[in-house]
Every structure is written in structure tokens, then in C-alpha cells.
Design a protein around this ligand. Structure first.
Ligand SMILES: NC(=O)c1ccc[n+]([C@@H]2O[C@H](COP(=O)([O-])OP(=O)(O)OC[C@H]3O[C@@H](n4cnc5c(N)ncnc54)[C@H](O)[C@@H]3O)[C@@H](O)[C@H]2O)c1
Length: 371
């Protein structure tokens, strides 16, 4: 650990929901003495700058990166708009926290990974769930062999359709996003993080699109089976098309991990804390008048209590700032892991489209294949 913590000048590109949360947390960190934001929507830029007391505001991330005060960057633009700011951050040599997924296009993801690795900068991906105690405990038990050799894993993620609709509304290329690429990637990262000693070699998947297909040209959900080189298997299921009244604010997850000598089950559905009210709640991903029952704590970034965000994104942001200031190790996903997660989710979508198993890894050329 460094005895003299480094100062941090934080450049935030994309001051949306996540940019605001990271900015508010950073503004209170003792080593952060400057915050600049680049946000292309002027009203949003003004609102966020006021909330976090930003020292510099622009619509142009290149202008932000030209500022000498900047020593690190958060890339929190929309999922499909990460590449250009990442490449500019690499050119400037800034350590970065990049929101998941690394990109939504496999060729773009490969390009940014190559640039990051060539430059040697410290870039990590915001797989926030890695900062929750329950997944850390599970990781530790798997890693230390409490289950013996892991042979079978299942994960089932259920989400109401608010996130899906918001994503389809924001993209001009609905085929480029999917429940796995945008949201399933969280559960997939947790499981693959636990299975990191093993190599996935094949995936077989199918998807359905009856709820979101007609209006949004989107996918409702997918079910996939991965096979690893040692014949262990992982069954991964997600639907982000549940009715809006489904009580999970965002994520409701169940995971089971079976080994030769043990089993670990994790109920992360959040149905242990249920609010029912006649009053509309404004919390979670998007407020919706029809949602009157809520599995509290199912908004993955955390919850506001006593005026502050409590939960995983707070923990994750503080860990990253301490990594920068003190050189402390963290369990963040690397850029290579981020690219791997996008490759695996794209392979699920490819297998579902082709309706046959797909060998792993797939390449950017494979992603576009239709036969
Ligand atoms: N880790 C988590 O739990 C978690 C939760 C939610 C979102 N995310 C991720 O965070 C990222 C942002 O999501 P969000 O919900 O904050 O989206 P958002 O739509 O609220 O915010 C994105 C912002 O980026 C701005 N923007 C886009 N391109 C820009 C550019 N080139 N320069 C400046 N500003 C630009 C947009 O105007 C918008 O304000 C996504 O990658 C998303 O997947 C992660």
C-alpha cells in the first residue's frame, strides 16, 4: 500500500444515471480534488454538474481529456457508445472505469481491448455485483474447494420489461442488443468469475421474442447451456420481458453451483423484503405508476437511504478510487474479462439465431453470420 495517496482528477464521460452516481460518490472521496464531466445533453450536463459541484463541463469528451487536471476517467455513456471515449482515454493514458458491457459490437470490443492492452493502462469494467458480500463469499467457497470440483451451475435471471423497453428505445440497432448482452452479462460474469479456472468450449441456446418482438424488434429472453473443456456445464437463463408489475425493480436472480463434494445455492430474488403500497414509488430503474409492489434492494446499483446511495455501486466506486489513490488491489473485472463476457453473450445470441451449437470462442466475423 502506498503511504502517500495520489490525488485524483476525475473525468466522467456520460452523465446519465450511472455517471451521476459515480460523480456524487467521487465528490466526497478525500483524494478527488477535481471533477470534469462531458455530457452531450446540455440540460442533463447542467443538472449533474450542479449536483456534484463539477469543476469543468463540456459536451465534448476530447475537450475534457485535454484538461491537465484529469488523472482518471469513468466511461458511462450508453452501452453502444463506449468505444470512442475509451480510445481517447487510452491515447491520453488515463486509468479507466468502463461501464459494462465493454462494447455491444464484438469488433469494437476487440479493438478497445487491443488498444488497452497495448498501452498497458489500468482499465477495469463495472461489473458491480462483484462487490456484494454474497457473491464474494460464494467465490471464496468455490475457490477454496468447499464444493470439490464444480461440475454444474445454473443461473436464472428474471426482470420486468422496463429495462428492455428503455434499451430498445435508446438504440437505432435493436439487433445489436439483447437481454444477454445488456443484462444477462451481470449473472454470466458472476458465474464465469467463479468458474475462471475452466474454459468454455461450446454453447447451445434458444431465444423467444413473442412479447417484445412485435413492437420493439427485440428478444424477450434466452436459455443457454455452456460446456467447458472438462465436461462441466452451465445453464444460463434470462428473461427481461416479464410484465411491468413483476415486483423485482430490476434483477431477481437464483444461482446453484454443484460440485463433486458440495452444493451452494444463492437466492438473490430479493423476495425476502417486500413493499406493497398504494403510493407510487419513484425508485429503481424507471418509475412506473403500475408498480405498487416492490422487492426492495432489487435495483442492482443500490438504494437511496438518508440521502445517499447505499449498496454495491458505492462499494465498487470507493474501491476503484482507492485502487487509484492507494494502489490497493480490487476484484474488478479486467478489460480482457469484459471482452470475454461480450464474446460469450454474443455467442449465445448467435447460437439462438442459428438454432445450433456454436464453438467457442467466436470472432467478430462469426457475430454477423446468419448460416
Ligand atoms: N453496473 C451496473 O449495475 C449498471 C447499472 C446501470 C447501467 N450500467 C451501465 O452504465 C452505462 C450507462 O448507463 P445509464 O443507465 O447511466 O445510461 P443513461 O442513458 O442514463 O446515460 C448515458 C449518458 O451518456 C450520454 N452520452 C452518450 N454518448 C456521449 C458522448 N459521446 N459524450 C458525452 N455524453 C454522452 C447520454 O447523453 C446520457 O446522458 C451503460 O453501459 C450501462 O449498461 C451499469
Amino acid at each position: 500500500m502506498k503511504k502517500q495517496p495520489k490525488r485524483i482528477g476525475l473525468a466522467i464521460v456520460g452523465a446519465g444515471r450511472v455517471g451521476l452516481i459515480r460523480g456524487e460518490l467521487a465528490a466526497r472521496h478525500p483524494q478527488v480534488d477535481w471533477i470534469g464531466i462531458a455530457e452531450k445533453n446540455p440540460e442533463r450536463a447542467e443538472l449533474v454538474a450542479g449536483r456534484i459541484g463539477a469543476d469543468f463541463v463540456t459536451a465534448d469528451f476530447r475537450e475534457l481529456f485535454a484538461r491537465p487536471e484529469a488523472t482518471a476517467a469513468v466511461i458511462s455513456t450508453d452501452e453502444h457508445l463506449h468505444m470512442d471515449p475509451i480510445l481517447a482515454g487510452v491515447d491520453r493514458g488515463l486509468p479507466m472505469l468502463i461501464e459494462k458491457p465493454l462494447a455491444t459490437d464484438l469488433a469494437e470490443s476487440a479493438r478497445v481491448l487491443a488498444a488497452i492492452e497495448k498501452s498497458g493502462i489500468d482499465a477495469v469494467i463495472g461489473y458491480t455485483q462483484r462487490f456484494r458480500r454474497r457473491w464474494l463469499v460464494a467465490k471464496e467457497k468455490v475457490r477454496s474447494g468447499a464444493l470439490g470440483d464444480v461440475t454444474m451451475v445454473t443461473s436464472r435471471a428474471f426482470m420486468n420489461r422496463l429495462v428492455a423497453i428503455d434499451n430498445y428505445r435508446r438504440t437505432d440497432n435493436p439487433a445489436g442488443i439483447s437481454p444477454m448482452v445488456i443484462s444477462g452479462t451481470h449473472a454470466l460474469d458472476i458465474v464465469m468469475w467463479m468458474m475462471e479456472a475452466k474454459t468454455p468450449i461450446e454453447v447451445y441456446a434458444r431465444s423467444v421474442d413473442k412479447a417484445l418482438g412485435p413492437q420493439w424488434k427485440g428478444i424477450d429472453g434466452s436459455a443457454a447451456v455452456f460446456t467447458f473443456s472438462d465436461d462441466s456445464i452451465y445453464q444460463c437463463v434470462i428473461s427481461w420481458a416479464l410484465p411491468v408489475v413483476w415486483p423485482g425493480a430490476v434483477y431477481s436472480l437464483e444461482v446453484g453451483i454443484v460440485g463433486t463434494d458440495g452444493v451452494l445455492t444463492i437466492d438473490d430474488t430479493h423476495r425476502d423484503i417486500v413493499l406493497a403500497t398504494d403510493k407510487q414509488q419513484g425508485e429503481g430503474y424507471l418509475a412506473d405508476a403500475s408498480r405498487r409492489v416492490d422487492f426492495l434492494t432489487s435495483y442492482p446499483v443500490g438504494d437511496i437511504a438518508l440521502g445517499e446511495l447505499r449498496g454495491p455501486m458505492r462499494e465498487e466506486t470507493h474501491s476503484w478510487l482507492n485502487r487509484l489513490a492507494l494502489g490497493l488491489p480490487t476484484q474488478h473485472a479486467t478489460a480482457r474479462e469484459g471482452h470475454n463476457r461480450l464474446m460469450l453473450t454474443k455467442a449465445i445470441d448467435l447460437s439462438a439465431r442459428l438454432k445450433r451449437p456454436v464453438k467457442l470462442p467466436i470472432t467478430p466475423g462469426d457475430e454477423k453470420r446468419s448460416a
